[in-house]
Design a protein around this ligand. Structure first.
Ligand code: NAD
Length: 345
């Protein structure tokens, strides 16, 4: 029981059907009068409804996954031209990511209104993509000062995307169990996150509040522990083959769990307990079967001949503290299995 833990400071509100009022409260508390709202074209109508009670100086709708640097630059220019004093992002991790890119260079505070289970709103991690290479970093300025969770905003998320996004959240808390800086507080948060996400994923239509709650806790634990092997693998694959974010995490997770579980008995026991079963991998695979979740990297468009190159890149970034030591042979086997979509149990 000797450890240091940092709790990131932000106000978190859960307000089903209440985003409009909560957002106005948060902007009032900041004393902001020149707000920039970031929302993709798909979310324009929702954004106008939610922002009805605040003074908006600029609307910005150019939202692109993984935040290309030119997209970030254009958003920063708009913020500067309008003398913006607060950023509101309404949408998934891509909208949050763009707000973070603006905050990174300007220090303008962010209020986030998430509509997926990506969890970026609860971390101080930013990401930018330049020429196909994604760079990430940690900076206190990009942590939203407030988050407003309104489960009614996730109603429009299609079932398959709800499942992938929920499994992406599950990957945050499972990977946190063996993350490089894991401590007992992270483990407690991750365990509760897994329980909530399992309940939410069992019925994605009725379980949206549990999914948001679990996604938030999962992201908090993950932000504290840092990326484990799972996130290192997905980061390599996403960058190298331009694969969809949430689906890639969904496919890879059971394979990393099967890879680490034999050497991480406490983590495996916690996953098994969250799934109310004796074996963590079987519990997760059963959930995937029930959800008809994405299974293979092949179906996401990864070329099979990319496995050696990906293996090399994973070996270069795998955390030295990973419970199962990585080798060229075992990472190749893991990626082969994930590519084919074989049953890891
Ligand atoms: P996303 O924001 O791109 O959303 C995925 C798709 O869902 C988009 O087409 C979007 O328009 C649509 N969508 C979003 N909300 C919807 C809703 N309520 N109804 C219908 N459609 C909706 O993807 P994401 O998975 O939310 O986020 C992925 C991005 O977030 C990646 O770039 C990832 O790297 C980043 N991320 C960052 C962190 C961090 O800590 N920095 C953490 C997690 C994810």
């Amino acid at each position: 029981m000797r450890f240091d833990h940092v709790t990131l400071a932000q106000r978190v509100s859960f307000a089903p059907n209440g985003a409009q009022g909560k957002l106005a409260e948060e902007i009032g508390a900041l004393g902001a009068t020149r707000v920039m709202v970031i929302a993709s074209p798909r979310d324009t109508e929702t954004a106008h409804r939610i922002a009805a009670d605040i003074e908006v100086a600029a609307w910005h709708h150019e939202v692109v996954m993984h935040v290309p640097v030119d997209v970030a630059d254009r958003a920063r220019t708009v913020a500067a031209e309008h003398g913006v004093d607060a950023l509101v992002c309404i949408g998934g991790g891509s909208a949050t990511g763009l707000a973070k890119a603006v905050a990174l260079t300007t220090g303008i505070p962010i209020v986030a209104v998430p509509t997926t289970y990506a969890g970026s709103e609860a971390t101080d991690v930013w990401g930018l993509t330049d020429n196909g290479t994604k760079t990430t970093g940690v900076d206190a300025r990009v942590l939203p000062v407030a988050v407003v969770y309104d489960s009614s905003l996730t109603m429009s998320l299609p079932v398959d995307l709800s499942i992938s996004s929920g499994l992406n959240a599950l990957a945050h808390c499972v990977d946190a169990l063996w993350g490089p800086r894991v401590d007992p507080i992270d483990t407690a948060l991750a365990s509760e996150a897994m329980r909530a996400l399992r309940i939410g994923l069992s019925d994605v239509s009725a379980g949206r509040d549990q999914l948001l709650y679990g996604a938030y806790l999962a992201a908090v634990s993950f932000a504290s522990t840092g990326s484990g092997l799972h996130h290192k693998i997905c980061h390599v694959l996403g960058g190298m083959f331009d694969l969809p974010h949430a689906q890639t995490h969904a496919v890879v997770l059971p394979h990393v769990l099967a890879f680490n579980a034999p050497n991480a008995p406490d983590a495996a026991a916690r996953v098994a307990a969250a799934f109310d079963t004796h074996d963590s991998v079987t519990g997760l695979v059963d959930l995937y079967r029930r959800l008809d979740a994405p299974r293979s990297l092949q179906e996401l468009g990864m070329p099979r001949d990319g496995i050696p190159q990906a293996t090399k890149a994973v070996l270069a970034v795998a955390p030295p503290s990973n419970p199962t030591p990585v080798t060229e042979q075992n990472i190749t086997a893991l990626l082969e299995a994930a590519w084919k979509g074989t049953d890891p149990s």
